[in-house]
Design a protein around this ligand. Structure first.
Ligand code: SIN
Ligand code: CO
Length: 382
């Protein structure tokens, strides 16, 4: 699926992280990639994250999956919505929906959530902390957008759903199949199905909070720190009031913290690993049998195409002209020489035929075998 009619450069300049945009069917030819029955099937599987939201008069109730298959037959006339997270990890045609959005870097992309709603169904007025492209897959949905919200905005008291206490519509549109709405973080929105079979695909993004960055990096740093690395003051001088913590002590204490946090290279390596950690790290994608390097070389020399696992995250940081750090699924791999263009290709494409000249290098075959044996790469036998 490719865009036919969407100027991504103008979009980044004028709308990304700035204001909402309705994009009327930008696709070459829109084809809904998943059926409602397939979506319902995913919501019944235990390794898939899903929620069923049912509405009664002016209230919303959330049930968490996996849902029993019988649950769908019990749904009454009142509106309901089924939401399934990270469908791209399970359905190749849904993963393919992300490809046209690669004008935004891999590390910013989260997942594709898919919703199915009965007539009048929706999750209620809310805001998200992330950018989102809402693609209408099937049927129609009315989207209303409101003002800018933040953590001070009043919410309805509800255990599971962050519903807004007040919502005032600033603009509204009805989206038909293939239409797309971009909503930046913090903008209130409310989507309600108009008629039957309303399916919406949300291409969701990620942006770490300062709280998450500091907390997670410190968690990573702590195990390697030792108890003997302590404040010391061999130059301690008399002070007039023993209650004062003098500026010199504060400077020294503060430096103990900031010096540790100021190392940009350490931060870059940690962030690459952290941000490439899979969304569901407990899911084991490893092949049943690990592959030997010679076997892998043979298959690659016979031009068998390799695929990136859609659940895997690939990115890199350029350390210098001849050194790059490749990050895959929470681990880092230092790359030099021909490993550099290989790593760039692994991050830029979702499937590839490996150049036979590269396969003469043991380092390259060992790297590819390592990624294959972790389940981050696989062969396309289709
Ligand atoms: C939906 O698809 O129903 C909800 C998506 C959203 O508002 O973030
Ligand atoms: Co939302």
């Amino acid at each position: 699926m490719q865009f036919n009619n969407f100027d991504t450069t103008a979009f980044l300049r004028d709308y990304w992280q700035k204001r909402p945009l309705l994009i009327k069917n930008p696709w070459q030819s829109w084809r809904n990639p998943l059926s409602p029955d397939e979506l319902a099937g995913l919501a019944c599987e235990d390794h898939v994250e899903s929620r069923l939201i049912t509405q009664s008069s002016d209230d919303w109730n959330a049930e968490h999956g996996p849902l029993p298959e019988t649950r769908f037959g019990e749904l009454g006339k009142s509106p309901w919505t089924l939401l399934v997270q990270a469908v791209d990890q399970h359905v190749a045609d849904v993963a393919a929906l992300i490809e046209p959005f690669r004008f935004i870097p891999n590390w910013r992309i989260d997942d594709v959530m898919v919703s199915f709603a009965s007539d009048g169904g929706g999750v209620g007025p809310h805001f998200d902390h992330y950018d989102v492209f809402l693609i209408q897959g099937l049927g129609r949905r009315r989207w209303q957008i409101g003002g800018m919200c933040d953590d001070q905005t009043a919410l309805r008291s509800h255990e599971d759903l962050l519903l807004l206490a007040e919502f005032e519509t600033a603009e509204e549109w009805i989206l038909d199949p293939g239409d797309m709405l971009y909503i930046p973080p913090g903008i209130a929105h409310n989507g309600v199905a108009v008629g039957k079979n309303c399916m919406t695909y949300s291409i969701g993004f990620r942006s770490p909070s300062r709280k998450e960055l500091i907390g997670s990096w410190c968690d990573d740093l702590l195990p390697e720190m030792t108890d003997d690395d302590r404040y010391c003051d061999p130059d301690l001088a008399h002070q007039s009031n023993p209650g004062e913590i003098p500026a010199t002590a504060i400077d020294r204490l503060h430096a103990m913290v900031t010096e540790k946090l100021a190392d940009r290279n350490d931060f870059a390596k940690w962030f690459g690993e952290y941000s490439s950690t899979p969304k569901y790290p407990e899911t084991d994608w490893r092949p049943e049998e690990p592959i030997e390097t010679d076997h892998l070389r043979g298959l690659l020399n016979a031009d068998h195409p390799l695929l990136r696992n859609p659940a895997s995250r690939f990115s890199f940081i350029r350390e210098s002209a001849d050194k790059l750090l490749l990050f895959v699924d929470g681990e880092s791999f230092p790359c030099t020489g021909d490993e550099i263009p290989l790593a760039e290709m692994l991050c830029a494409q979702d499937q590839f035929v490996i150049d036979s000249a590269w396969l003469e290098s043991d380092e390259i075959v060992v790297l590819l075998a390592g990624l294959y044996n972790r389940g981050s790469l696989a062969f396309d036998w289709s």
